[in-house]
Ligand binder design. Sequence first.
Ligand code: HEM
Length: 620
Amino acid sequence: MPVIDIHNHFFPRTWPDLAARYGTPNWPWIKHTEEGKAEIMVGDRFFRQIYSACWDAEVRLNEMDRDGVEMQVLSATPVLFAYERPAEHALDCARLFNDAALELCAQGKGRLKSLCQVPLQDTDASCKELSRCMRAGHLGVQIGNHVGERNLDDPGIVTFLHHCADEGAAVLVHPWDMLGPQRMPKYMMPWTVGMPAETQLGIVAMILGGAFDKLPKNLRICFAHGGGSFVFLLGRLENAWQHHPVAHGVCELPPSQYVNRFSVDSAVFDERALQFLVGTMGTERVMLGSDYPFPLGEHRVGTLIRSSSLPNAAKDRLLGGNAVEFLGLGKGAAPAAGKTALGDRTSIAPQGEQLTYSSYLKVPELLKLQHPQSSPQHHDELLFIIVHQTYELWLKELLHDLDAVVTNLRRAGANPKSRDEVYEAARLLRRCTEITRVLVEQFTILETMLPTHFLAFRGKLEPASGFQSEQFRELEFLCGLKDEKMLRYHRPTPEAHALLERRLREPSLHDVFFDALKTMGKLHFDDKATERERFDARARAVLSLYRDERSNRDWIDVCERLTEFDELVVSWRLRHIQLVERVIGVRMGTGGTAGSSYLKLTLDKKFFPELWEARTLLTE
Ligand code: HEM
């Protein structure tokens, strides 16, 4: 696994006199003091001591070799953002440093990549500059955590972030222009106290201000310095959100539900802090970031992660695996030179941006998703996990196809003369029945597990239960079996809860099928009809289709496929009960039900009872 540092900085060896160029004072400039050393000045004020690693690719590469770092993704520094200045000056300044970054990268033997900067006070100019930079070879953008009074939930900034998602640009948020300068004049407090608070503020603003709800999930955004104080104080934020309406903001979910929408770097300098960070964010959302080559950076890049007691697989992710995904390198979305993003040093990115079997199917990621709970690991637990995961994958495909069936039937109802949609619905339904047949069969694999073997690790699974399969419930709701009470099993996962609530509200496959028969003039009942009368009317509508086979072949085909699907789902329920009895007898389930005797009550459930009723009517 390559080691990639996503947070480090550069300064070019020289740049134009910005104060003279724009006719305004207090721009940063570089004062070379001796060979390989310089000072960054802001107007007359000393800002920072730097050394040649800032501008000399050779020095950087040597130090990367010393530290075992394959790739650096460098950014300019916030002192150059110029968000408080006229936008045209900030844009010109951004262009100068963005092009200088690429020049430095060009000398980096494929191991130096860059993030650009933009004039964030001007949304249009920022979007244009980002697009230009992405074409030129930058991998994304570094932005500050605010523009004056505007936080990251500001509509203009949200628009820009949307554009980043569209462009596939990785976003690194760096704190800057720290609050309370009058109270922090000394001791580097703006860096040690102000910066973590600024970063926390940036994340909290995005969550409570609803920015994450508006932004697409494919936005790749990372906050520097471990996300500042955010992770440590998330519990406080959550408590306020749960108990004080005034602290709610406008977000759809509790704050803790948004930690899967962003990443943080590892620049926290303390193993306990790193462990806590990984514990809260997850191993997929922390990436090596060093702040190299500044004095506040990690002196031997990667040491904190390498020397930690995190499992090796987690270390690999933090050191580089996550960055490959964050930067879009795994997709071959890399360098302008047309070479692989990681040069010759790793086989992670396919050569010449060519897709491979593994990179397309995400095989390495897939194979890392099995995490047995038993310790020492029980041999059969892997089978238990894989069988369930396979079910969930097929459920995903079923939902995908059934949604398309709904769309086709809706169109068929709207345009009864066209037969294409009815044909397409029947074709997709046939796929659904074939998948369900496989799902019924699959239980036999699990039945190769002895009951004693399951009992050896069953205790580790409580209180997880099949009841919590959100896709299974989604399938029931989508087909028309809507039982609001089942939502209670999804309270611990608000996202699933919200999705199921939506499915509850939406017209089901059952609704759409009968609506279509209505618009075709096959189904009649008036508004005053009782539920029983409506049911009978629906059954008679189906009957009328079967009675005129020559005119309704395509619709009869849909009816037959729906009936078969219903039948197969009941077979699934029955086989599941047999499996349950074979493995745990008549014990209670981990979800708290009476086990098989409860499950037997579900055998009478049907998605399309009218299709079955029509059969009784046909024989009369
Ligand atoms: C050793 C294997 C299994 C046992 C002992 C078992 C046991 C149970 C029990 C007792 C229930 C009732 C709820 C409860 O109290 O927890 C249940 C529900 C459920 N199980 Fe399983 N199960 C097994 C395998 C599977 C597999 C492979 C799947 C595949 C997805 C599955 C999916 C479900 C679903 C979707 C429900 C909810 C059913 C409904 O609400 O009608 N189970 N399971």
